[in-house]
Design a protein around this ligand. Structure first.
Ligand SMILES: Cc1cc2nc3c(=O)[nH]c(=O)nc-3n(C[C@H](O)[C@H](O)[C@H](O)COP(=O)(O)OP(=O)(O)OC[C@H]3O[C@@H](n4cnc5c(N)ncnc54)[C@H](O)[C@@H]3O)c2cc1C
Length: 571
């Protein structure tokens, strides 16, 4: 007589399981359900329904109890999260609090997390750029990390695919190192941005283009956006609260409701994935172990295919914690590279300046993006004593004529004053870091979290390459600002530590060689091919672009492959 409850096992068996509902998990859910797979989507945080669960979305500044700022107690309780600009009264309910899920910093690492349905797709700054072959070929050309098993041509159609659905605004700038995409109309540049762009074109003969930031905002809705229930961006610039118009791309407004409409998705919030279950006889993963976040009950769910999209660091954690006799060091970790070669972006450098001109011009309304200078260092040939390079985002603002504190006639005169003062500009570097074995994360052998899962220990740091790059950024932008006629140029080290830029990557990298990588070119674990990892964990190198668009494209591509392989009976 068997005591196995077959009905219960059947009820917990799906075609596919997706772990995590952030930007990449949302895409996995959409693609797998869209292709007919009965899919269980597991999310450790609470549910956040589009519109229903955006409590601050329509609040006015004066309605916030603390003028929008975190209280002293909130800052003291959250020394890591409160360093971040996003940790304000309007959006802190979407930011993971430090104490809830602690980790050990062997070296400083400011890890920004969003544990809820939608993950950090609610909070992100929506800047999106495609990679080019100058990025994919970087490690092989410059001799660090390993060669990427894919090139731009592998991803280009998938970039197009995700861009059309998400809604990306931008200009077709024709820059070789920043391929154009399927753009909705671009947002307009300010007069000072136009001036800077023109001056750079003149002085650098087109080698240092200055463009308006490409961003995941609907500027001219297409039918596919209306079908998602999304509308044109209203330029409210309160995106981090959740947008009632669906004007920017988030999992909550876009991919997850789309997946839900198929009738194939089961969404289970409050489900902390503990590990992946490996069946030694079948030599494949058969499901996942889940701890209910509230009751702490452990349960198992089963599927033919598992997509791990818990975000780069958390996907590393899940794999490191998935031990078995066959894989004592973590699932698929024959190579020993799991948790190593962590990458991030170097946001240390800032250069600011003033411009005493365009006194009679100002900006009207708000714009949900800034200016962008694609990487120009070491793109076509090696030209500096450091490897790789940096892209730069920048913001401009009217310097003077602040109306703060003014009332009545004084305020009126000031608003109508023809001379509205000069301009300020602030540039932020976004440097590529070299993924190295010495930048790693591992599990603490003793400490555990509230769900019985080992705590992570972070050991990630800058190196000399990063320091040289910061110096170069200071020098180049000082020169560029000078040529543009800017004055009062100041350089600053932001003191930001790894992780604070929100672009953590690697640890589960792709590669041709199973001895040096975890995933093949389709994002399958080399030795457990029914497990796919398509978040930032899969990245071999970091490039300088904001990464999330690439995660979307990689996820859609891998999901397409997974379903085709299932249909062929290979998975
Ligand atoms: C303020 C801010 C600004 C940003 N700006 C940009 C930008 O301009 N451009 C850009 O490209 N990127 C930006 N990013 C980064 C971007 O948000 C991430 O790259 C992106 O969200 C990563 O997607 P993901 O699916 O890998 O992870 P996430 O979006 O972080 O989602 C992961 C999900 O998995 C869940 N999860 C984790 N562990 C488990 C587990 N064990 N079991 C079950 N569920 C789990 C989490 O709760 C979460 O919901 C920004 C991020 C922040 C915070």
């Amino acid at each position: 007589m068997s005591y196995l409850n077959l009905d219960s096992i059947k009820a917990r068996t799906y075609d596919a399981i997706v772990v995590g509902t952030g930007i990449s998990g949302g895409w996995a859910a959409k693609e797998l359900t869209g292709k007919g797979l009965k899919t269980l989507v597991l999310e450790r945080g609470r549910d956040v329904k589009h519109n229903v669960d955006y409590p601050t979305t329509n609040m006015q500044p004066w309605e916030f109890e603390h003028l929008g700022q975190p209280t002293l107690a909130e800052r003291q309780d959250n020394p890591i999260a409160s360093k971040h600009y996003i940790f304000k009264e309007d959006a802190m309910h979407f930011v993971m609090k430090d104490k809830v899920h602690p980790y050990v910093q062997d070296k400083p690492f400011d890890w920004m997390r969003g544990y809820q349905v939608g993950g950090r797709s609610l909070l992100w700054a929506r800047q999106v750029q495609r990679w080019s072959d100058y990025d994919f070929e970087g490690p092989a050309r410059d001799g660090f990390a390993i060669d990427w098993p894919i090139r731009y041509a592998d991803l280009a159609p998938w970039y197009s695919y995700v861009e059309k659905f998400a809604g990306i605004s931008g200009n077709r700038d024709g820059i070789p190192q920043l391929p154009d995409g399927e753009f909705l109309p671009a947002l307009e540049m300010t007069c000072i941005e136009k001036h800077f762009s023109e001056q750079m074109a003149k002085h650098y003969k087109g080698t240092r283009p200055v463009i308006v930031g490409r961003c995941a905002h609907i500027t001219e809705p297409q039918q596919i956006h209306y079908d998602q229930g999304r509308a044109k961006c209203q330029h409210r610039v309160m995106c981090q609260r959740g947008c009632p118009f669906g004007g920017y791309f988030s999992t909550n407004s876009s991919t997850l409701p789309w997946a839900m409409k198929t009738g194939k998705m089961t969404l289970r919030p409050h489900s902390v994935v503990h590990s992946i279950i490996y069946d030694e006889k079948k030599q494949r993963a058969v499901g996942v172990r889940v701890v209910d976040a509230n009751t702490k009950e452990m349960m198992e769910y089963y599927a033919k295919v598992i997509f791990l999209n818990a975000s780069a660091i958390n996907s590393n954690l899940v794999l490191l914690n998935s031990t078995s006799r066959r894989f004592p060091n973590g699932l698929g970790n024959d190579s020993g590279v799991l948790g190593k070669f962590i990458g991030f972006h170097n946001y240390r450098g800032r250069v600011s300046a003033d411009y005493d001109g365009f006194h009679d011009s100002t900006t009207d309304g708000r714009r949900p993006t800034g200016g962008y200078v694609p990487r120009f260092r070491n793109v076509f040939k090696q030209e500096t004593d450091f490897l790789r390079g940096y892209a730069t985002s920048f913001n401009t603002s009217k310097k003077s004529n602040s109306t703060a504190g003014m009332v009545g006639e004084e305020l009126k005169q000031s608003l109508f004053a023809p001379d509205r003062g000069g301009w300020g500009i602030g540039a932020q570097m976004m440097g590529e870091t070299l993924t190295k074995e010495s930048n790693f994360i591992r599990l603490d052998p003793i400490l555990k979290d509230d769900w019985g899962i080992p705590l992570l220990r972070m050991s990630v740091d800058f190196d000399d390459n990063d320091r040289k790059m910061v110096q170069d950024f200071y020098e180049q932008f000082t020169e560029m600002f000078t040529k543009a006629g800017f004055t009062n140029i100041k350089t600053a080290d932001t003191g930001r530590v790894p992780g604070s830029e929100n672009h953590e990557m690697g640890g589960i990298r792709m590669g041709h060689d199973p001895k040096a990588s975890m995933l093949n070119k389709w994002n399958q674990l080399h030795t457990v091919p029914n497990v796919f990892v398509t978040d930032g964990g899969c990245m071999v190198s970091t490039a300088t672009q904001n990464p999330s668009l690439t995660y979307m494209a990689i996820t859609a591509r891998a999901a397409d492959y997974a379903v085709a392989e299932m249909r062929k009976g290979n998975l």
